[in-house]
Write a protein that binds this ligand. Structure first.
Ligand code: AP5
Ligand code: ZN
Length: 210
């Protein structure tokens, strides 16, 4: 199954992508993770992307379209994939169509802005393996330490309150129009993402069967 997860920053796309990945055994591709890795490794792409990401702005379309083109050509994507955080603009969605990629389902996880603030300001991520935690909703067993690899958990630079506000603004302006774009294809399902992780997972897995 070729799947797109839409939703505001902090809606829970990464969290649900992990659940679907386990369920369907298909890879989850997060453009955010690919870009953060590039920043960490100091590659040319990372250097280009860093200032956009730190300020909560979107990285230019051609950069992320290039990432997706390369990633979807890999062997492990031939039996399906989950796109987490791509497309994020109408030109990105058009580029995906132009690549001839057939999308089976688009799941939009809906969460109110106030809740997003709470979630993102409490998020902590492992700086080694990228695993995601939350100080209240999903704490790691030992404070500051990743359950999976023992690495240090830190706050993402773009998870500071002012930057979260900017990211939400960018989302409403540039990404939300994709709901209309995919509504017209008849592939869009809206999933309520306000409640606990397990509730959203149940609704997401149900949406996959519909
Ligand atoms: P990206 O990494 O994609 O960030 P994002 O979309 O802002 O999404 P997040 O990872 O912040 O949130 P999420 O929805 O995955 O939520 P999560 O599951 O972690 O992008 C970062 C940057 O990269 C962008 O700003 C941009 O600069 C650039 N970029 C990336 N893709 C791009 C593109 N296509 N074009 C241009 N630029 C691009 O959950 C959040 C927190 O809440 C966690 O702590 C989690 O534990 C908790 N949580 C999750 N679900 C629940 C729940 N149901 N109840 C309680 N807590 C929950
Ligand atoms: Zn880790």
């Amino acid at each position: 199954m070729n799947l797109i997860l839409l939703g505001a920053p902090g809606a829970g796309k990464g969290t649900q992508a992990e659940v679907i990945c386990d369920h369907l055994q298909i890879p989850a591709i997060s453009t955010g993770n690919v870009l953060r890795e590039a920043v960490k490794n100091g590659t040319e792409m990372g250097l280009k992307a860093k200032s956009f990401m730190d300020s909560g702005a979107l990285v230019p379309d051609e950069v992320v379209i290039g990432i997706i083109k390369e990633r979807l050509a890999m062997d492990d994507c031939q039996n399906g994939f989950i796109l987490d955080g791509f497309p994020r603009t109408v030109p990105q969605a058009e580029a995906l169509d132009a690549m001839g990629v057939k999308i089976d389902k688009v799941i939009d996880i809906e969460v109110a802005d106030e809740k997003i603030m709470q979630r993102l300001s409490g998020r902590r991520v492992c700086q080694d393996c990228g695993a995601s935690y939350h100080v209240d909703y999903k704490p790691s067993k030992e404070d500051g330490k990743c359950d999976k690899c023992g690495g240090q958990t830190v706050q993402r630079k773009d998870d500071h309150p002012d930057t979260i506000k900017d990211r939400l603004h960018v989302y409403h302006e540039q990404t939300e129009p994709l709901k209309d774009y995919y509504e017209k294809t008849g592939k869009l399902t809206i999933v309520e993402g306000q409640e606990e992780v397990a509730d959203t997972s149940a609704l997401t897995l149900k949406a996959l069967e519909a």
